[in-house]
Design a protein around this ligand. Structure first.
Ligand SMILES: *[C@@H]1O[C@H](CO)[C@@H](O)[C@H](O)[C@H]1NC(C)=O
Ligand SMILES: *[C@@H]1O[C@H](CO)[C@@H](O)[C@H](O)[C@H]1NC(C)=O
Length: 423
């Protein structure tokens, strides 16, 4: 070989080697990002932005152009229940509704995820003059009010896909959890949330809704990736877990369910520290007449509630943020909605600015839809009388009790299943 040929061959070989090296590294980076959800917003490296963004764009464009969302209507009774005054949320709602009525571009609060956070301090101070006095958590929430579509880190695309000829999902348990709550999730899987075909007809599926751990949390990414693969029931989105992000969690779930489980008959939304009497729940659902079964919003109804104004309260709402009463709503510890209402609900919510308390927010959306919450005595989101707590028969007739430890959940579940139990 002449030196020139030799040089060319070496050049070719080293190019091939470099290409191979690059592609295998690249693959590793992608896998790494998908299986170890970290980093604050998934946009700190170009690869992660690519992975997560393509997903959320696909999700959003299909939905945001849906006729139900473009033509969303908001009931007069809801409009008049929110006073038009100087409070920030009230102003956001009413100015949004005016734009909606004029059929202007859908409300400004559906900004792309990577630039939805309001970082302009002057904007906030102009609109909320006393924002400096808000608790930190609340200021965080305020900045993220236009952020509604976090990218998914762990998806379950086939959750509701059934083999041909087998029964579609009848009931979907959508359980609010957090990354570290492994034990609670396992207790749910072992007991009331077990995925199965009840009585050979009623298919029950379960997903756990998770946000992302914060910088200071230990990295649970690998454990979660394993759990998600093993059980197929983890849904994780890229937002910080916090009390005031539960609304975002619910909104993310609704969008996911519309995409992945559009034909589910019923959805149960609840916490990971409740016990559900699945048999009682299923017989209740089966007993409903069809007109009711498609317009269900049922649980423990909370009437005549108002925002708490004590800054020390967990649920403190500043007066300059929201001024008015709360709608009638059902407690977020556990409630049921019809699958047929998923799209109307999501559409109604798209016209309503995010509110930091998730069950109040869902109540607002239903009020905009003119679907009234229905009270069911079997839903005990504030627990049962102290003296009944060890009485298994008390649980036999109930649907939901909040709150129980994983050990209590297992024990009560075993007890109420027992053929020896006489009530
Ligand atoms: C579920 O499957 C059974 C048996 O195949 C069938 O008879 C029944 O109608 C199905 N029910 C629903 C709700 O799809
Ligand atoms: C909600 O999550 C977003 C995205 O991670 C974050 O920027 C925001 O601060 C969180 N909100 C609260 C109230 O913690």
């Amino acid at each position: 070989m002449r030196p020139v040929q030799m040089f060319r061959a070496m050049l070719l070989l080293s190019t091939l080697f470099l290409l191979f090296l690059y592609s295998s590294l690249h693959k590793e980076v992608l896998v790494h990002i998908q299986s170890r959800p970290r980093g604050p917003l998934g946009q700190d490296s170009p690869q992660s932005a690519k992975v997560t963004k393509s997903f959320s764009i696909k999700q959003n464009t299909a939905l945001s152009r849906h006729p139900a969302i473009l033509n969303v209507s908001v009931s007069a009774s809801f409009r008049s229940s929110v006073p038009e005054n100087g409070a920030y949320w009230n102003r956001l709602l009413h100015s949004g509704l005016r734009r909606l009525d004029k059929r202007e571009e859908p409300l400004g609060h559906e900004a792309p995820w990577h630039r939805c956070r309001e970082t302009n301090q002057e904007f906030l101070e102009t609109n909320v003059p006393d924002v400096a006095s808000y608790p930190l958590l609340f200021r965080n929430f305020l900045q993220g009010m236009k952020c509604r579509s976090p990218p998914l880190l762990i998806d379950q695309p086939a959750k509701c896909k059934e083999a041909k000829g087998s029964n579609a999902t009848f009931l979907l348990f959508a359980i609010k959890s957090t990354p570290a709550n492994f034990e609670r999730r396992q207790a749910v899987r072992d007991t009331w949330g077990r995925e199965q075909l009840h009585e050979g007809r009623l298919r029950v599926r379960t997903v756990f809704l998770l946000g992302a751990p914060s910088m200071d949390d230990p990295d649970l990414g690998l454990l979660l990736a394993f759990e998600a693969k093993h059980y197929g029931d983890i849904l994780q989105a890229d937002f910080h877990e916090s009390l005031f992000n539960l609304t975002l969690k619910m909104n993310t779930f609704l969008r996911w369910a519309l995409l992945r489980c559009p034909r589910v008959s019923f959805v149960f939304s609840g916490d990971d520290d409740v016990i559900v009497n699945t048999q009682a729940l299923l017989s209740y659902l089966e007993s409903l007449d069809p007109s009711k079964a498609t317009r269900l919003y049922v649980g423990q109804v909370i009437k005549t509630a108002s925002p708490l104004r004590d800054p020390k309260s967990k649920y403190f709402i500043p007066l300059s943020y929201y001024d008015g009463r709360y709608p009638v709503y059902v407690g977020g510890g556990g409630f049921l909605i019809s699958g047929a209402l998923l799209l109307p609900l999501y559409s109604a919510c798209s016209a309503i600015p995010l509110f930091p308390i998730d069950d109040v927010y869902i109540g607002m959306c239903f009020s905009a839809l003119q679907v009234s919450p229905e009270d069911h005595a079997g839903f005990r989101t504030f627990d049962i009388r102290e003296k009944d707590r060890d009485n298994l028969c008390a649980y036999k007739s109930l649907i939901l009790v909040h709150r129980r430890s994983p050990q209590q959940v297992k024990k009560i579940w075993r007890g109420i299943q027992s053929p020896l139990l006489t009530c």
